[in-house]
Design a protein around this ligand. Structure first.
Ligand code: HEC
Ligand SMILES: [Cu+2]
Length: 394
């Protein structure tokens, strides 16, 4: 039997229920959005804050729509369920212009607001910042190499300028800069970073989850990415584009001993700590090399991306894309197989012309290390000799 509805009877109560449901939906959507700190990685950069705010905003809207739709379904299932012995059909309904208008206009407004907000965040993040630190990031199968160019006058006082190798002098002369490379990206809190990304071979994607930045690398094109760290710490760098069998080695790794190898972003507390703990030792290993070639080679090899592909227990490397370098110094069977005159010769050629001796069972993925600063993977001859001396003792 139909109950007569009056404006101030049932109508009044249902209006209250609509308001209560509306509030529950809004509070529920916001509550869902506030869960992000529990599911997202540490917020390590100024950009991460903006990206997370945008994400939370969209999550709150999405959460509200989710609750509205699910609530309406649940309400209808209960409120309008079939009564016992009721075989009648529902009333035929033919369109409802008001409803259609509302459900077109509201989503349109939401999409426009999100577009404007997202575009603002995107342009903010990509905008050039004052005093940026520029670092070149090279992606190749399967390692990252970061090259730091530092004005010659910034060379630390501990570096004996008279012992700077010739090759570095050349770089000093032509561009007034000293460059050195590292598989790790170092900076300090509050320093805006500008990383110029180039790929040596296929598409890669440079991703630091803690900074909320990700950028594709496209062969033959320089792409770039910016971020300003706000929290000291160590953040994993990941390749987010499947690039071959050793793709997983393009992410920072932790050895069983707890050492960090491969690609990591290290954010130091301040510039002084950065210079003391990273720049000075790394630059010094290039600019002020130890006399003993084996020691020198051991220091220098860590500036190259070898750890992304090779195992070498002495340095805690564990990758398996290339053959293990443990015991490479006594691998004399390779000499007879290739006709190399000595192990030194063999290792030298393996780096300068890797295609000459491809180790059986491996793909020819070893990058060629060239002796001209104009070519990719520049490795000065005297550095190569030191690295060969070091590897031959393994
Ligand atoms: C992108 C991956 C990759 C990187 C980076 C890489 N290698 Fe290799 N390397 C390989 C592969 C694959 C082979 C085996 C195929 C070949 O011989 O070309 C190899 C072979 C070698 C060999 C010969 C090994 C043997 O058992 O005969 C030596 C020596 C070597 N690499 C040294 C290095 C050094 C030193 C570096 C850093 C300066 C380096 N590699 C960087 C992938 C890599
Ligand atoms: Cu990759």
């Amino acid at each position: 039997m139909d109950q007569p509805k009056t404006a101030n009877g049932r109508g009044g109560t249902s209006l209250i229920w609509i308001i209560v449901a509306g509030l529950a939906i809004i509070v529920g959507g916001v509550a869902i959005a506030l869960l992000t700190p529990y599911v997202l990685p540490t917020v390590g950069s100024a950009e991460a804050q903006q990206v997370d705010d945008l994400f939370r905003f969209m999550l709150a809207l999405g959460g509200m729509i989710f609750l509205l739709v699910q609530g309406a379904i649940l309400f209808s299932v209960i409120r309008f369920r079939v009564r016992k012995n009721d075989y009648s059909d529902g009333p035929p309904i033919q369109g409802n212009t008001t409803l259609e208008f509302i459900w077109t206009v509201i989503p349109a407004i939401i999409v426009v607001v999100i577009t404007i907000y997202a575009y603002t965040v995107y342009t903010n993040i990509r905008a050039e910042k004052p005093n940026e630190q520029e670092v070149a990031g090279l992606g190749q199968r399967f390692a990252w190499t970061f090259t730091y160019a530092v004005p010659a006058e910034a060379v630390p006082a501990t570096v004996d300028q008279s012992r700077i190798p010739d090759e570095v002098q050349t770089v000093l002369d032509t561009e007034g800069q000293v460059t050195f490379s590292s598989p790790q990206l170092h900076t300090w809190v509050g320093q805006p970073m500008h990383v110029l990304l180039e790929s040596e071979d296929v598409n890669h994607a440079f991703w630091i989850p803690g900074m909320r930045v990700k950028q594709d690398l496209l062969p033959g094109r320089v792409t770039d990415i910016r971020f300003t760290p706000i929290e000291a710490g160590v953040y994993r760098i990941v390749c987010a584009e499947l690039c071959g069998g050793g793709h997983g080695d393009m992410a920072g790794q932790v050895t069983a001993k707890g050492e960090l190898i491969g690609a990591w972003l290290v954010v130091h507390q301040d510039e002084e700590t950065y210079l003391r703990e990273f720049w000075s030792p790394e630059a010094a290993s290039v600019l002020n090399p130890p006399e003993d070639p084996v020691e020198r080679g051991r220091a220098l090899i860590q500036n190259y991306p070898c750890s992304g592909c090779h195992r070498l227990s002495d340095l805690g490397w564990t990758s398996v894309t290339g053959p293990s370098l443990d015991g490479i110094g006594s691998r004399t069977q390779r000499l007879s197989a290739t006709g190399a005159a000595s192990i030194e010769d063999y290792v030298h050629t393996s780096l300068r012309e890797p295609a000459q001796y491809v180790v059986p069972g491996y793909s020819p993925l070893m990058p060629q290390f060239n002796d001209s600063p104009d070519e990719a993977n520049y490795m000065p001859e005297d550095q190569l000799e030191a690295i060969v001396a070091y590897l031959s003792t393994q």
